[in-house]
Ligand binder design. Structure first.
Ligand code: FES
Ligand SMILES: [Fe+2]
Length: 418
């Protein structure tokens, strides 16, 4: 290419500026599916969703449906939910338990390891090699502390390399459970949202909006969270690279020095949980874990750990996404689990304020982009106060746009890669 001709990415993504078409152009969306969703590690589901042999749940990688299965040997398989015959879905149930999947169209039957077992009226397939007609599989599958990730790329970074420093956040979450394990067992809510997936992704660590968009829930719930996002906040945002970002409230919680303040409660109100934590980690470590609380981390491109919930972002088209949300549960800790579910219902349930308010914002953003001037969105807030922490990660004030800038930097690298 002539050195004077800029690449399209030089035009679309500039320092602190991104072009509006990145959120609405269907051709760009199709390119993202190939270059991002079918290449990187994508969060699929948690092993606790399929605890027994032959359990399955339907999940996705981007817009592509995937079956997460615990096979008859107890191993986890990620199968592509497409019949090799004519492409029908071999399973349309959201979850269940079965050793075999029978395609509804012409009744081909597959084992839950993906092998073709039988066809209807087999005389018509004389001499056919069944072993070539199994279900497709996700190319690489890795489990980190129960979180199952898949990648359609045969090569590339390992999951551990991909997660990098963000692994700490998964550890921090699991350590808040007295057994060191979380469970995804409370059921999912699904919110269909008329907005591009990247508006949702960026919003998760946008600490600028909560003071305005969430002022109503903060005022009625006596929440400890509101203070994290004020002008005087000591919470920081951090980028781990690879598009993973967090809002780290620990400086604020350590200043308060009160166990369970992160959860808007006190040790006295959850005595069983506190006792279990002290028994399992020792009093000092338990106290530190309960002061620091759980993370607020967006793991690129689709897993948001939102303190007490996880959200999974599923892109549908340039203008539409589905957000799957559920309460996190700590294995073996019923008293805190009850509150985790109640608070989740209050914030992201059908009558909850939090997600409804956020969703209204992304949908208005998406509609706003129908207005084609100015062409670019402005993401320069806090550029002058970015700095490095002791581990070398970029940090900024909790209300700064640094997480979005870092997401776009990684996005551009992925989209430019051959
Ligand atoms: S499409 Fe599945 S059996 Fe024909
Ligand atoms: Fe929000």
């Amino acid at each position: 290419m002539d050195g004077n001709i800029k690449s399209k990415w030089d035009e679309l993504i500039q320092p602190g500026l991104v072009h509006g078409s990145l959120y609405y152009d269907e051709a760009i969306f199709k390119e993202e599916v190939e270059k991002i969703w079918f290449r990187t590690w994508v969060y699929i589901g948690h092993e606790s969703e399929i605890p027994n042999k032959n359990d399955f749940v339907t999940k996705s990688i981007g817009p592509m449906p995937v079956l997460m299965v615990r096979d008859s040997n107890g191993d986890i398989q990620l199968l592509l939910n497409r019949c090799p015959h004519r492409g029908n879905a071999v399973c349309v149930q959201e979850k269940g338990n079965r050793a075999r999947f029978t395609c509804p169209y012409h009744s081909w039957t597959f084992s839950n390891t993906g092998d073709l077992i039988n066809y209807a009226f087999p005389e018509g397939y004389k001499g056919t090699d069944k072993s070539q007609l199994g279900l497709g599989k996700v190319t690489r599958v890795t489990n980190y502390r129960g979180f199952i990730f898949g990648s359609m790329a045969a090569e590339g970074p390992t999951l551990e390399e991909h997660l990098g420093g963000a692994k700490r956040c998964l550890d921090q979450l699991c350590d808040n459970s007295p057994t060191g394990e979380i469970e995804i067992s409370a059921g999912f809510l699904q919110h269909r949202t008329r907005a591009n997936w990247k508006f949702i992704l960026e919003n998760e660590c946008d600490g600028y909006h909560p003071a305005f968009v969430h002022s109503s829930i903060f005022s009625v719930s006596d929440s400890a969270i509101g203070d994290l996002y004020g002008n005087e906040a000591v919470a920081v945002t951090r980028s781990f690279g690879y598009g993973h970002v967090e809002v780290d409230p620990r400086p604020e919680f350590r200043r308060r020095d009160a166990p369970l303040s992160w959860f808007g409660t006190t040790a006295e109100r959850l005595p069983d949980y506190v006792k279990q934590m002290e028994e399992n980690y020792g009093p000092d470590r338990a106290r530190q874990i309960m002061i620091d609380g759980t993370p607020h981390t967006m793991i690129f491109p689709n897993l948001f750990i939102a303190e007490i919930q996880i959200f999974v972002i599923q892109p549908v088209s340039a203008n539409e996404s589905i957000q799957h949300s559920t309460a996190i549960q700590f294995k073996g800790a019923p008293d805190i689990n009850r509150r985790l579910r109640q608070q989740t219902m209050g914030s992201v349930g059908p009558a909850g304020f939090l997600l409804a308010d956020d969703t209204e914002m992304y949908e208005r953003n998406q509609r706003g982009l129908e207005i084609r001037q100015p062409e670019y969105l402005y993401l320069k807030r806090g550029e002058h106060r970015e700095r490095r922490d002791e581990d070398g990660y970029l940090i900024a004030h909790s209300t700064d746009d640094m997480p979005s800038r870092e997401i776009w930097k990684h996005y551009r690298q992925m989209m430019e890669a051959k």
